[in-house]
Design a protein around this ligand. Structure first.
Ligand code: UDP
Length: 233
């Protein structure tokens, strides 16, 4: 039995839209997840909120950071509810567990209950990040993966994996197929933010970074195929 945490950024749901949720992208992802979800795989998904609101980026000069971060966490809840409904419409039983009290629309995050849901074959969508301001959903993914004893954290991104530089700006940036977590931290490679990486390092968590926009990659990543970059502790 494999237990896996998949991190989907809010951008994954953007599709052609400038902000919000592109339903075509949402349902494409839901169908891929359905295809990937085998009875022998327990799956938790941490969803971001950057397609709607990102605390540090969108606070501008007018909002307090803590409030802006709270808004970002609520944005992840919007995405989580959308993802749950899309997954259930394609026939995958799903529960949303929120780190912020939102009991009319989701369950509270309770570790043992999350594990129980996964054991019963349900996908758990972890919403509201860590429930605290100043963190990211990447950190939430590292935290949930560590807490529930996942064997790997799959991080879906916009590029093929971890590069030596920014591949969108630097044509010479090299794609790593494999890199040690300590190297990624020391070289400040854009895998995830430093807090998330530190948590993975402390908890011996392996990360696979892969391109979300290539059809079939979610299925490949969940099946354990060697795509993108493997980041090992
Ligand atoms: N956020 C937070 N605490 C958390 C996770 C997220 O305050 O534990 C807020 C933060 O403002 C963040 C926003 O929620 O910018 C959306 O999350 P994130 O930027 O990680 O989403 P993604 O980039 O994955 O779409």
């Amino acid at each position: 039995m494999k237990r896996i945490v998949l991190k989907l950024s809010g951008e994954a749901l953007l599709g052609k839209e400038r902000s919000g949720i592109d339903l075509e992208s949402l349902f494409r992802i839901a169908r891929e997840i359905k295809k990937a979800k085998k009875p022998s795989t327990q799956l938790g998904i941490v969803v971001g909120g950057g397609n709607i609101w990102r605390g540090a980026r969108d606070q501008g000069l007018g909002l307090e950071r803590v409030i802006s971060d709270n808004m970002g966490m609520l944005a992840t809840l919007i995405n989580a509810l959308a993802l749950q409904n899309a997954l259930e419409q394609v026939g995958v039983s799903t529960r949303v567990m929120s780190a912020i009290a939102a009991s009319n629309v989701s369950e509270p995050y309770i570790r043992r209950r999350a594990i129980r849901h996964m054991e019963k074959g349900r996908i758990v969508v972890f919403a509201a990040g860590t429930g605290n301001p100043f963190f990211s959903t990447d950190t939430a993914a590292a935290l949930r993966a560590s807490e529930i004893g996942a064997s790997i954290l799959l991080k879906a991104t916009n590029v093929d994996g971890v590069y030596s530089g920014d591949p969108r700006r630097d044509k010479k940036a090299k794609l790593f197929r494999h890199i040690a977590l300590s190297d990624a931290i020391a070289r400040r490679l854009g895998v995830m933010d430093a807090t998330a990486l530190a948590l993975c390092r402390e908890n011996n968590m392996t990360i696979r970074v892969f391109n979300l926009h290539k059809t079939g990659n979610i299925v490949r990543a969940i099946a354990g195929q060697d795509i993108g970059t493997m980041v090992t502790p």
